[in-house]
Structures are given as C-alpha cells and as structure tokens.
Ligand binder design. Structure first.
Ligand code: SF4
Length: 437
C-alpha cells in the first residue's frame, strides 16, 4: 500500500510576510525538503508532499504515514510541537537537521527516529527500513558523500512563496570556526560538489537568476574560481554567501563580474577588530571594509552585509556607530543580528561557564532575540539598540540612497530594502521579545 510522506520545515519567523492566507518569505528557497524528496528511492511506494510552514499553511485535515521534520535551533520548538501532534495522530515521526546534530538526545524524545548528519545515505536506508517495519531509533552518517546528491525535486516546491525560488548547492560546511556559528559546532567539515554536475543542474533551471544556498562558498579558492569560470558561458545572474577572505585573491573581482554575480551576502559582523579576533573571525578587518564596498560597487555587485550586536566589546554607542557606517558607505542591503550562542558552540560554552545564558527557549535562538546577559549593557538596552538600528537604517531617505548606488541591480536592492522596512514594523509590533523565565 502507498505510504504518504510529509517533509516539513517548521515556521521560521524572520524575513516573512504573513497577511491572512498570504505568506511569502524574503528568503531564497531552502533546499532541504526538495533534496530529501529527491532522495526517496523510486522503487518504494511512497507519495511525497513537502510543506515549508514559513510560506504555506499546514493542511491539518490531511493524514500522513511518515512525517519528516527538519529543524534548526530557532525552529526546533515548533518542530517538537508538530512532532507531538503527528505522533498523536498515529504518524511515524522522523527528525533531522542541524539542531538534531547539536542536541540529539533532546530531539529523540519527540521522534520515532532521528537522523544525525548527512541524509544522502541514511535517509534512503531509513525509508527502506521503515517500509520493512524495521525502523531504527537513530541513523547517523557523517561520511562525505555530497557528490551522490540528486537534483532537488523543485517540482514539489511552491515557487511563488520565495523571493528567489531557484537555489543550488555547490559546497557544504565551512572551514572557519566563528565562536557563535552552528555550522562550526555541528562539525560538518567542508565538501564540494563536482563542478560539471552543478553546471548541468543550473542549465536545467529555466530562470535567469539563481542563488547558491551555501554558507560560505569560497572556502577553497581553487574550487571557487573554477566554479566561477564554469559559470561564465551560462550567462546567469547569481548570488551567494562568501567571506571577506575571497577578496584576498586578485582574480576574484574579475571572475565575479564575468560569471554574472549580482549580489553577495558577507558577514562583516563587527566594526571592532578586537571583537572580530575574539570571535575567530580575525580575517575580517575593519579598515578593509570600505575598500571592499567600493570594489563591489565598481563591478555592480550588490552587497548584503551582516552586522551583529552584543559582543563583549560592544558599548551603547555600537548601534549608532554601525548605522552611521552603513549610511556613510551606503551598504546596499544591511542586515542586523543579535549575538546568539547556539547550543554546542564555543560562545554557548563560555556564556554557560560565566552564568550568562538566560534560558534555553530555543524559539528565541534565531539571531533576532537576546538570550544571554551582555557585558556592557542590559538585555533591554541590547534589544532596544538592535531595533533602533533597524529603524534608523531603513528610513525612506536612507533606503533610497543605498538603492540608487546599485546601478542596474536597482530592483534587487529596492526589494531588499522594502523587505526590511516591512520587517521593521513586525519587530516593533512584537510582544514579549525578551523571555523572562
Ligand atoms: S565563516 Fe560563516 S559559516 Fe564559517 S564558521 Fe564563520 S559564521 Fe560560520
């Protein structure tokens, strides 16, 4: 008998518009659910549905035999709620994702089986075991096997829900070790896909614009430059995440331009070199930011730069100083976050030892809420400063000034600034932003 499988990504609040039944995410489409769908062995009699709760309502009137829920820390509480719900309805619940890798014993309480690590081998094996009534409580695979990844089942994805629906993976993991980063804590290592197979996959995507959904695609410059060279004949427009390290190579700018790069998301994190060193991101240097901004502008690449508030060196003037920098240098699409010590990270360990972790309400661990005691300000001052930074940055005048500097990529910058103006309203409307245990 056909088994009904639901692959579910629980709701992630950030970067989302929700008006009645209308839901849209400012983000590019995630690849988790569509890739898991593609990994379902064809010979198994399984009917697959996928739901990304950030952009779709869950059809609670439908029943499923298996529900696979992928969680990151910020979505884990909601994921556990949904797991309880579906188990009560008689479904077999599987949980996987970064948070399961970081907190396997916790996740196991809510699931019939957990998947730790990469799904390429363990997910098909799990489904075969399930079909034979031999499901194991845990599947673990950390073997590097990125190359056997099939093309995601983009046909199951609701394209209209995403700002950019056509996403591709080229690399996995990161070689860095930033003290707050869940990618580092999960010890995913660094993997790359065969460039030929990426190019073949991109050729099949009819859209002009694609995004690489990788956390840091330039960790291996020989690979990165080869990928960019291979992109040139495709004449696509693309965006992705890189670290500032890629600009140490003199060929980078030229290849970014020739390969059709239209935007880059880069973690600037802080304007303070001591904070950068302390978080293990000493390869970022404040005095190089200005040069980088000008270089990207010279090749018409939009800069989305992330800044984090709440480092131990931050004092109350950090908010105004950062906003002034963003305005003066017209960072096209700035993005602010609150320092978040994800479980398993070096910063979580340090704050725990210092008694500075406020609670483990994981739904607050989304980089938009304060979950630890800052050093040089109160929790409330950090939250207020963060909100005010958004407010002062995304004024109409300031957004316009950043937009006009982006030349032919005007519409993308305009869309990004508009999205954050909408997000700002949600930030100020949100009740109980600080959880008091
Ligand atoms: S460079 Fe980015 S992905 Fe890599 S460890 Fe640092 S924050 Fe994480």
């Amino acid at each position: 008998m056909t088994k009904k499988l639901l692959i579910l990504l629980p709701e992630a609040n950030i970067h989302k518009i929700k008006i009645g039944n209308f839901r849209k995410s400012f983000r590019e489409a995630p690849l988790t659910a569509t890739t898991l769908a593609a990994l379902v062995p064809e010979d198994l009699d399984i009917d697959i549905s996928i739901i990304d709760e950030s952009i779709q309502k869950i059809p609670f009137d439908k029943t499923y035999d298996i529900v696979a829920i992928s969680i990151i820390t910020g979505t884990s509480t909601r994921g556990y709620e949904l797991a309880d719900y579906y188990r009560k309805k008689g479904a077999t619940v599987i949980m996987g994702g970064v948070h399961v890798k970081l907190r396997p014993e916790e996740a196991a309480q809510y699931a019939d089986s957990i998947v730790i690590g990469f799904a390429e081998h363990s997910w098909p094996e799990l489904l075969r075991d399930y079909m034979q009534g031999q499901l194991k409580p845990k599947y673990e695979n950390l073997k590097k096997s990125f190359d056997i990844m099939p093309s995601p089942r983009r046909d199951l994805q609701k394209n209209s829900g995403y700002s950019i629906p056509n996403t591709v993976n080229a690399t996995r993991g990161c070689k860095g070790s930033c003290d707050f980063c869940a990618v580092d804590a999960a010890k995913f290592g660094w993997q790359t896909r065969e460039i030929d197979s990426i190019i073949e996959e991109i050729k099949k995507i009819p859209a002009k614009r694609i995004v690489f959904n990788d956390v840091s695609m330039g960790e291996d410059m020989v690979y990165f430059k080869a990928l960019l060279r291979a992109m040139i004949p495709l004449k696509k427009k693309w965006g992705g995440l890189v670290s500032t390290r890629v600009f140490q190579d003199p060929e980078t700018l030229d290849l970014l331009q020739k390969s059709g790069c239209s935007y880059l998301l880069i973690g600037f994190e802080s304007l303070n070199d001591i904070s950068l060193t302390n978080m293990n991101k000493g390869f970022n240097r404040f005095d190089e930011y200005k040069i980088l901004i000008e270089q990207l502008r010279s090749i018409n690449v939009i800069l989305m730069a992330c800044f984090i508030f709440g480092f131990d060196e931050d004092t109350l003037d950090v908010f105004e100083n950062t906003v002034s920098f963003v305005k003066e240098y017209k960072v096209n699409i700035p993005r602010y976050a609150i320092y978040t010590p994800f479980p398993g990270t070096k910063s979580y360990k340090r704050f725990s030892e210092q008694g500075r972790i406020l609670h483990n309400k994981w739904e607050y661990y989304d980089t938009q809420h304060v979950v630890f005691q800052p050093k040089n300000m109160t929790v409330e001052q950090l939250d207020d400063g963060f909100k005010k930074a958004y407010k002062d940055t995304f004024t109409i005048g300031s957004s316009f000034a950043r937009t006009v500097t982006s030349g032919k990529n005007f519409s993308l910058t305009f869309g990004g600034n508009l999205a954050y103006r909408i997000y700002l309203k949600r930030l100020y409307a949100e009740q109980n932003r600080i959880y008091k245990p």
